[in-house]
Design a binder for this molecule. Structure first.
Ligand code: GLC
Length: 437
């Protein structure tokens, strides 16, 4: 009794200490940036001729590596400008927290930011973004969704760097061995396929991996589940209870029936799912196009064994992936807007987009790139997704989307961990969505 009590007390103390250390670390990080800015004002740089700009972004290891080499190319082509890559965590929510703290302080020291598509309306609304030179950026070459997201009353505040759409990755070899001759087109077929593949001697530990942790990735997964069953997450639409009920019941059953890992709700984000799938430990994975090049890298145990397809659908709906993607913008406070704009022109150019497609499997945002014969040659896999991108569903483009998303994530997560029944969750979702009308 006493020793159990001691262990529990020790755990609590440890948890408390870890939490305090975490909070102090974040505060120190923000303070360092703010102090750095105060003690070394940007206008006192060593030479009036040379400009130093900071590009802030978070992503997968392969992305960071390529961005660094693109920044080096840019600096070589522009001898008066040096660029520093400030690396943020890959998780979209952690980046959002970082930017809102920094921009809210009024003293951000960054010049170019890579923003998740869902934050653009919020940041424009807050007055945090500087207007861009639309003609230098050839904004009329961007896919049509860009003007809705990135421009406000004819002024462009951001440009899309890549388009993301949720897709299904599957193990071609395992489907073949189990005698399954087509990729699952419905959610039911997907779970049936897992059941059949589990009978194989070499069946992986897990069936289907997806983003179940409570963060933006879960909001995307949930949007796909609901839309593919004929519902919607847009507060302005009527609440389709049947679609929500099915979506919640299905996701919960994936975990309960061990089709998906037990730690789905506590740990699974894009990179955890990708690592597990890449290690050969799962049959199916829901993820974004970026995973493709990593899965097929020389060192990957599943290289050459993976297929990519549109996500399955449920009853009464059509297949759709969440529309994601990342945009480039300049904070109003940047002291080097001209150099920053030059960097965005370079990064969002057709030439760089072709390279991003070929090396990272990123879906381009320029019509000219989609229509270029070179793309088919350099990135055939991206061309194969040409049909997936236009059918992707945007998350509600409202300035309060981050708050709406947090509420949805919390309720869905409650079902995944068994704290809420799908019925209770539907009541809460309906009431919550109404608040955002
Ligand atoms: C991807 C998408 C982004 C989305 C995020 C969720 O990075 O591009 O739009 O919000 O995943 O985790």
């Amino acid at each position: 009794m006493t020793s159990a009590y001691n262990v529990q007390a020790m755990r609590r103390i440890l948890l408390l200490v870890m939490t305090v250390i975490g909070i102090v670390a974040v505060l120190l990080l923000v303070r360092t940036f703010l102090l750095g800015r105060q003690s070394a004002p940007r206008d006192q740089e060593p030479s009036a001729e040379s400009v130093h700009i900071i590009f802030c972004a978070g992503g997968a290891p392969s992305e960071i590596e390529l961005w660094q080499s693109l920044l080096d190319d840019f600096a070589r082509e522009n001898p008066g400008i040096s660029v520093e890559l400030r690396q943020l965590p890959a998780d979209s929510d952690q980046q959002h927290a970082y930017y809102t703290t920094l921009l809210g302080s009024g003293q951000p020291d960054v010049d170019v930011m890579r923003l998740d598509v869902i934050w653009v309306p919020e940041f424009v609304d807050a007055g945090w973004l500087a207007p861009l030179d639309a003609s230098a950026l050839e904004t009329n070459d961007f896919l049509s969704f860009a003007s809705r997201v990135d421009s406000y009353r004819g002024v462009w505040f951001a440009v899309p760097w890549n388009v993301d759409a949720g897709v299904l990755y599957y193990r071609k070899d395992l489907l073949h061995e189990a005698g399954i001759d087509r990729v699952p087109e419905t959610w039911r077929e997907l779970t049936d396929a897992v059941r059949r593949i589990r009978r194989l001697d070499n069946a992986p530990r897990e069936g289907f991996v997806w983003q179940g942790r409570q963060y933006e990735g879960l909001a995307c997964v949930y949007l796909e589940q609901v839309m593919s069953r004929g519902g919607s997450l847009d507060p302005r639409d009527e609440f389709a209870r049947g679609a929500h009920l099915e979506a919640l019941t299905y996701l919960r059953a994936l975990i309960e029936r061990k089709v998906s890992p037990a730690n789905t709700a506590s740990a699974m984000d894009e990179e955890r799912a990708r690592e597990m799938f890449q290690n050969g430990d799962a049959v199916f994975m829901r993820n974004w196009p970026y995973a493709w090049s990593l899965l097929n890298a020389e060192y990957s145990p599943v290289a050459g064994k993976v297929g990519i397809a549109a996500l399955p659908r449920g009853k009464g709906g059509a297949s759709t992936g969440a529309l994601g993607g990342w945009h480039l913008a300049i904070p109003v406070t940047s002291a080097h807007k001209e150099a920053a704009q030059g960097l965005i022109v370079f990064l969002a150019s057709a030439k760089v987009q072709e390279e991003l497609a070929a090396r990272l499997n990123w879906l381009p945002t320029r019509l000219s790139v989609w229509n270029s014969p070179q793309l088919a040659q350099m990135a055939p896999q991206v061309m194969a997704l040409k049909e997936v991108a236009p059918t992707a569903t945007p998350r509600p483009a409202i300035p309060s989307y981050p708050a709406l998303s947090l509420a949805v994530q919390e309720i869905v997560s409650g079902v995944l961990v068994g704290r809420l029944s799908p019925d209770e969750a539907c009541d809460r979702l309906e009431a919550k969505l109404k608040e955002f009308r």
